[in-house]
Write a protein that binds this ligand. Structure first.
Ligand code: TXA
Ligand code: MG
Length: 339
């Protein structure tokens, strides 16, 4: 990727959002907070900017991006909404829900950003800084999580700088992101909505709004996965993760929940509790920061206690399973998408 100095723009500073919007208009790459995680934004209509974004992340080109709009009306111009899509957009936007719908055509979201698909993933973020930036920019902003491909998603501006400093133009610093895991992705192109990725909006809430159950997540290891970001070993820390741990080996780090102390806890290395009070919302918000912190402690392995799988526990368990999955061998150089 093209190297450049990365500016840190405090969201509250006068003119910061306008400056970030100008950078996007010029084809630049700007990371910004959403309520879920920090996104790396580019002009959705500009193939050069999108190519540069793939290069900065080191992301495989077959992975399509989410187009973020300032409101539901702008999203509706980019895709066609069936009855379920309308109900969900009405009920949950702005918020941590991404809807995959048939693409409406036109060049609002370029083909490269859609990875050549005839569908598009749309989301209206609820974060004030994201909304202000997208409104100031004026068009749709594609934004994957603002981390190097395969790394843990960033929930602070410092996390973004750790991964992408020197590769992107700016980071809008709006503090830690409140939800902490990525949006829930729902495919509403067909009769039956399909959950492609559990996330910050709990399945139970979606089912309550629709009045019926939604299809379970599909198998994820197909050659051509439905949500290609659901490849095995995404969201990976450096340390090996051991899930559903009922004991901790000496020196292993421990990621726990609700005060659980499995056998061996006194001899563990670093210990972090995602939510001492057992609150899954707090646990989601702290998940990626905790994985980064335990990684930074130098532990070679992290034992993770069994966690509830209801509500936001579904997304947390999904991300932990992915972080624990066998790693692909490092990509040979030249396999990254050129700018
Ligand atoms: O919370 C979030 O969703 C964050 C913030 C920044 O909005 N964004 C995010 O983007 O997580 P990313 O690129 O890391 O994940 C987007 C996911 C990928 O798994 C991708 O394959 C899927 O969305 N996706 C995008 N377009 C799709 C489509 N047309 N059909 C199926 N899946 C799609
Ligand atoms: Mg991501």
């Amino acid at each position: 990727p093209q190297m450049r100095p990365t500016r840190l723009l405090p969201a509250a500073a006068p003119g910061a959002v306008e400056e970030a919007a100008r950078l996007l208009s010029g084809g630049g790459l700007v990371a910004f907070p959403t309520e879920t995680v920090y996104g790396l934004g580019a002009d959705a209509a500009n193939p050069q900017a999108v190519a540069a974004l793939y290069a900065a992340k080191g992301r495989p080109a077959f992975n399509p991006l989410i187009a973020h709009t300032k409101d539901a009306a702008s999203a509706r111009r980019l895709g066609s909404f069936n009855r379920a899509a309308n109900i969900l957009a009405e009920r949950f936007w702005p918020g941590p829900l991404t809807l995959v719908v048939p693409y409406a055509g036109g060049d609002g979201v370029c083909e490269l950003a859609r990875a050549g698909l005839d569908t598009v993933a749309l989301r209206v973020p609820a974060h004030g800084d994201a909304a202000a930036l997208i409104a100031a920019f004026g068009g749709a902003v594609v934004a994957p999580s603002a981390n190097r491909s395969g790394h843990v998603s960033p929930t602070t501006a410092a996390h973004v700088m750790d991964d992408l400093s020197g590769r992107i133009d700016a980071v809008v610093d709006g503090g830690p992101t409140p939800v902490g895991v990525e949006s829930t992705i729902l495919d509403v192109t067909g009769e039956v909505p399909v959950l492609l990725r559990p996330g910050g909006l709990a399945r139970e809430e979606i089912e309550a709004a629709l009045g019926h159950p939604i299809a379970r997540p599909v198998a994820t290891d197909d050659a051509r996965p439905l949500a290609p970001g659901r490849l095995a070993s995404h969201y990976a820390p450096r340390a090996a993760l051991r899930l559903d741990a009922t004991h901790v080996a000496p020196g292993e780090a421990l990621l726990t929940f609700a005060g659980m102390a499995p056998d061996g806890t006194p001899n563990a290395g670093s210990v972090l509790d995602l939510s001492p009070s057992g609150d899954l919302t707090e646990a989601a918000a702290r998940l990626y920061g905790a994985l980064r912190a335990l990684d930074a402690s130098g532990a070679s392995a992290i034992a993770v206690v069994p966690l509830p799988r209801t509500g936001l526990g579904e997304a947390i368990s999904d991300r932990l399973a992915r972080a624990a999955a066998p790693r692909p061998s490092p990509a040979p150089s030249g396999s990254e998408i050129p700018a």
